[in-house]
Design a protein around this ligand. Sequence first.
Ligand SMILES: [Zn+2]
Length: 489
Amino acid sequence: MSETIVPIPDWARKVADSLGDGPHVVVTGISVSGNIHVGNLREVLVGEAVANALRARGEEVRFIFHADTIDPLRKIAPGIPESFEEYLGHSLSHVPDPEGCHASYAEHFLTPFEDALREMEMDIEILRSHELYEKGVYTEVTREAIEHTEELLDVLQEVSGRRMPEHWSPYLPRAASGDLTGNRVIEHLPNQKSVVFIDRDGNEGRSDYSKGEGKLGWRVELAARWKALGVTFEPFGKDHTSRGGSTDTADRMAREVFHYPVPGRYEYEWIQLKGRGAMSSSKGIVLLPKDLLKIMPPDALRQMVLGRDPARALDLDLEGGFPRFMDEYRASVEKDPVLFTHLVTVAQTVGTDVDAAAEMLRRGGYEAAARDREKLARELSYARIWAEEWAPESLRLRILDEDEAKEAASGLDADQRGYLAAVARELKEDLDGVAVQDLLYSTAVERGLKPKRAFAAVYTVLLGKKSGPKAGPFIAGLPVELVRERFSL
Ligand SMILES: [Zn+2]
């Protein structure tokens, strides 16, 4: 549920300005061979921002997420049973779900990402490449590619500097075994939209390319896809745009073989997870969009993942730096937001009790935030899950139970105990955060106790720590009986 419309960033407007008149087709293509992580989401968000910038100038835009579901399984990702080796070379849409919960391997990884895009209310069409092949969307470009096998081969060898195997074909027919990678095309039957091939065991077979019985090799497919879908813009990560990489070959194939203009391009940089390294499914450094949607609203996620400039590498700090990000984000979309660290304190103090949270916020001086219960429930959930999963130790709170509090109190000296007892006598139901803070401070001064030791005593009996969140609002939010009891141990 988005609460605000994120303004179109400058970089996206510039990209849109560099593209000609529409109609436009913005495409992002992602492999579904493993978890689709937040780094992959960056690509989709770049496409979304550019699509929005084009729409803002009145262009007709089709925004597509091209899920590479027909691609062959190339390696066994971490966590996938080794028995899946028998499916190497098979289309991801034809390989079973390793966990048995979806219709295929491809769906297992695509579905959670699709759910996240839906939760973000993204205006995007999700296309599965195996369906595009089955529906004939790629038939014409496949025929064209097979007819120009020699020219495609030349481009591939010149640009990549690698020698392709003898009998190379741009088309990968699917053998009866399901294998796409070990077959040799020996004849093209254009009238039947088919090829004849020999599989790795020497058996002859036929593959109808208008019915999804095979696919183009991925470097050729990239250029062919531009033409088949009429693509005018596509963002790429730096792994594709390096010299001799897939965009170099696709650009030449588009111009020289498919006679299709190279779409506008934007190179985005990768995302690192602070302290863990670049996001990578194959290395198991994976953060899913749905994980982040548990701790922030969709538009905050957009802002965080794009950063100021997606052409620059980004270090996501979900730990100590996260409260500041949330405060900046919320200050940009609402008036006088509650500090995120305060929400974190409240959420950890009241659990899921929204009424208690509202009361705690009201006493802390946040009248407005206390009023909108639905929004408050959402924000408490973000704060609570962040505290559980990402918060540094210093922000994690748990009110001690009575026995734990007794034991913690036994470490205090007589001055500190006397101080707590004095505070307990003065504590009243209707004191707000400021008043409690005053009481804590003035009682310490009256009794000649250094404030630092006084507050340490407070945190010790409540949290078992020497420090904690600002004491006045924190205590004002707790049931007064509970505090009196803890202070009188
Ligand atoms: Zn599944």
